[in-house]
Design a protein around this ligand. Structure first.
Ligand SMILES: *Cc1c(COP(=O)(O)O)cnc(C)c1O
Length: 399
């Protein structure tokens, strides 16, 4: 055949979260009411002042190519924000703006991973990490964490995963899919090993502004002196400002790596959308009241979800410190039947839940954690209420 899919892409797993969301959408299109807890994005619209800034940029003619690494104002604004929020000093030249944080991650792996290099990824992990590493010729090394440690990688687990090929440790805190977050002390213990083993660390901090209760976020680069040299931070506007569709994310990295990422991007995609960059600039430089408002909404939903999960029969869940996910343990409900359908694993559980009571969730297996399901609470309280009523009915349904 003249036209075959390449081996590397044929081996790719399509995004499970997107697949589940598509299934829910298809059911909705067919006229069914679906309680959709599969979403990985805020349900809010982008705040008005950000949209207005984009319109103004368009009208002012900011509709051309920009420098590959992003407009200087945005790179400077991101650097300034890190100084202010975390006391980390980065030059604007160390910031590279890309087409979403997912693209930033791909850029990082392409720029620093050589064939055979190992990237240590704690499970449960965000669905794209391992696939992106593989696309770049690297080897994902998955280390399973447990609910006992709130799904956090323990120092001894990291130590045991080290080999001569270990190149990078990937952390996501607060975590998608578990909603748990490392404390500064926990990050420090991992940092000590990274320093000792000369590992690079990629820290995905996309949920840094969505933190609940008394939990305090620490950027990985702050927990030990000198960490900036071996750390790449990934962040963006998608989750903080409800801007998933605008596609703006960025990396903060040592100068040499940032230059490499910028060069790569100049050949690969040129620049991220000019209009979106001006919108992101307005998001960062404008009033942060919108962030506080959305966080307030998320906090209410989190409390609602926490209470509802606590009253579900034989379901547990770690405390949600950040992000907008609950990662529920459904092990007690596997190996049984629901109205005649036998359910043995998390995929079957999520499918049966969707078929029988129209609640869309994402199976833990797609995050490397069989026996769990992810519930996103980036949806309204009324949908959450109807959905949890349905989950409760489902769990109590006869065999
Ligand atoms: C949503 C998400 C991203 C990607 O965000 P985009 O900027 O929209 O590409 C990256 N990492 C995690 C953990 C996410 O949940």
């Amino acid at each position: 055949m003249p036209l075959e899919v390449s081996e590397i892409v044929a081996a790719l797993e399509p995004s499970a979260t997107m697949a589940m969301a598509a299934k829910a959408k298809a059911l909705k299109a067919a006229g069914k009411t679906v309680h959709d807890f599969s979403l990985g994005e805020p349900d809010f619209n982008t705040p008005e002042h950000i949209c207005q800034a984009a319109i103004a940029a368009m009208k002012a003619g900011q509709t051309h190519y920009t420098p590959a690494a992003g407009i200087p104002e945005l790179r400077a604004a991101v650097a300034k924000q890190y100084e202010k929020a975390h006391g980390l000093t980065y030059k604007p030249s160390q910031v590279v703006v890309s087409n979403g944080a997912k693209h930033s991650l791909h850029n990082v792996f392409t720029s620093v991973i050589n064939p055979g290099d190992e990237v240590i990824i704690p499970a449960p992990y965000w669905v794209s990490y391992a696939e992106l590493v593989k696309l770049c010729g690297g080897r994902p090394v998955i280390v399973e964490t447990t609910q006992v440690s709130n799904f956090k990688l323990l120092p001894e687990q990291l130590r045991r995963a080290l080999t001569k090929q270990s190149k990078m440790l990937l952390l996501c805190s607060p975590s998608n899919p578990t909603g748990t977050m490392y404390t500064p002390a926990e990050l420090g213990a991992l940092a000590d090993i990274a320093i000792e083993a000369d590992l690079a660390v990629l820290s995905d901090e996309i949920y840094e502004r969505l933190i609940y209760g008394n939990h305090k976020f620490a950027s990985f680069a702050t927990v030990r002196p000198g960490l900036q040299e071996r750390t790449i931070l990934v962040n963006g506007v998608s989750k903080t400002y409800a801007m998933t569709g605008w596609r703006i994310g960025w990396t903060l990295a040592p100068e040499k790596i940032s230059q490499a990422i910028a060069d790569l991007q100049s050949q690969e995609t040129s620049n991220p959308s000019s209009v979106s960059q001006y919108a992101a600039l307005a998001a960062i430089e404008g009033s942060q009241d919108c962030v506080a408002e959305m966080l307030g909404e998320f906090a209410q939903r989190r409390e609602f979800v926490r209470q509802r999960i606590a009253s579900l029969p034989n379901v547990t869940c770690p405390e949600m410190a950040g992000a907008f996910y609950a990662f529920i343990n459904i092990q007690a409900h596997l190996g049984r039947s629901f109205r005649g359908t036998r359910v043995d694993n998390s995929t079957q559980w999520c499918q049966t839940l969707l078929e029988q009571v129209s609640v869309a969730t994402v199976m833990g297996s797609s995050f490397g954690a069989e026996g769990y399901a992810r519930i996103s609470f980036a949806t309204s309280l009324s949908i959450l209420e109807a959905g949890f009523d349905a989950i409760e009915r489902f769990l109590k349904s006869p065999a």
